[in-house]
Design a binder for this molecule. Structure first.
Ligand code: FMN
Length: 321
């Protein structure tokens, strides 16, 4: 099966598989592994402390791969200016930038005159239309199954993807709940021209910063093992359910506001679980697809197995009379 879609052509990659931004986890090792395996790997810019450390990470990535890669900007969530971080990407001539977490216009304007491909993450039809208007080259549509920050409405990938496909003319990338070749084929069947995965890439050998306890929690998860926190703050996000998220939800039920949960949802609380493996003293983002992740292979093994599975499905479909 040929894997040519508008997304593989746009991004100059072999397979329409994109590694999503992963706060505190997506650095050069993971991004290089994904790009070398034929997908698009990304560094998550705003996890880095300053522009110079981003520059170093981009340079490190360039020594590890000659393939296209992206830099992801979650604007808004970190309360930090992004302009200088974007300028570094421009100066380093990164091939692709993706934006999420707020109005993408500021980032898109900064890179408008540069030959950088522009991906915008959206969680609604309206956001997708807006991204197209602002000049995005493609949108990544994240359904409610996904790990990390989500849209405010509860629409899942299966409905949101074709809905967006019907309303924009730029190519669409499906995201949220995809972990294997079945998900890749499902995304394409829904009209997307590529897929993005976040949680699946955490359980890989090259996601070197994720603690073994966090990875194991993803492997052990069933379909009820994640919860959405931060709804009451207007920024819902999906994490592995544990005693820490139970406490957050109890406080949210009392509508106690940011003051009461600020420390519970901080980057420090996140790092205690994902870096230090303190599973009762913090939280780890993960999507519902965790229920279907059962191993932690190399990224190349993962992507090859996805492609084999997808091609097998394609063969079965072509035999259906
Ligand atoms: C641990 C974790 C951290 C994430 N951090 C970011 C981020 O910094 N920027 C971003 O655009 N998306 C982020 N996301 C969302 C992913 O890029 C992706 O859209 C999402 O994981 C897709 O759903 P899936 O987990 O079911 O594959 C994060 C997701 C996870 C699981």
């Amino acid at each position: 099966m040929g894997w040519n879609t508008r997304i593989t052509k746009l991004l100059n990659i072999d397979y329409p598989i994109i590694q999503g931004g992963l706060a505190y986890l997506a650095y050069a090792d993971l991004a290089a592994a994904v790009s070398n395996a034929g997908g698009l790997g990304q560094i998550t810019a705003m996890s880095l402390p300053n522009p110079e450390s981003l520059r170093e990470e981009i340079k490190r990535l360039k020594t590890m791969t000659s393939k296209p890669f992206g830099v992801n900007y979650a604007i808004g969530q970190h309360g930090r200016p992004f302009e200088q971080m974007v300028e570094v990407a421009v100066e380093e001539e990164v091939p692709v930038i993706s934006v999420t977490g707020g109005n993408p216009q500021g980032v898109l304007d900064l890179i408008a005159d540069h030959p950088i491909k522009k991906l915008v993450l959206v969680a609604s039809r309206r956001q997708a239309e807006k991204a197209e208007e602002l000049g995005a080259d493609a949108v990544m549509v994240v359904g409610q199954e996904g790990g990390g920050h989500l849209g405010r409405s509860d629409v899942g990938t299966f409905v949101l993807t074709p809905k967006v496909v019907d309303h924009v003319s730029i190519p669409v990338i499906a995201s949220g709940g995809i972990v294997d070749g079945k998900g890749l084929m499902a995304g394409l069947a829904l009209g997307a021209e590529g897929i993005e995965m976040g949680t699946r890439f955490i359980a890989t050998e090259e996601c070197v910063d994720a603690h073994a306890i966090y990875k194991q929690a993803i492997l052990d998860a069933d379909e009820n093992a994640t919860v959405v926190i931060k709804r009451t703050l207007g920024s819902p996000a999906r994490a592995l359910k544990n005693s820490w998220t139970d406490q957050i939800l109890e406080k949210e039920a009392l509508e106690a506001g940011y003051e009461s949960i600020g420390n519970y949802i901080s980057g420090e609380a996140n790092k205690r679980f994902i870096y230090d493996g303190k599973a009762t003293q913090g939280f780890g983002w993960a999507g519902q697809g965790s229920a279907r992740i059962h191993d932690s292979p190399s990224v190349n093994t993962l992507i090859q197995s996805m492609i084999l599975e997808a091609e097998d499905i394609q063969k079965k479909w072509s035999n259906v009379r």
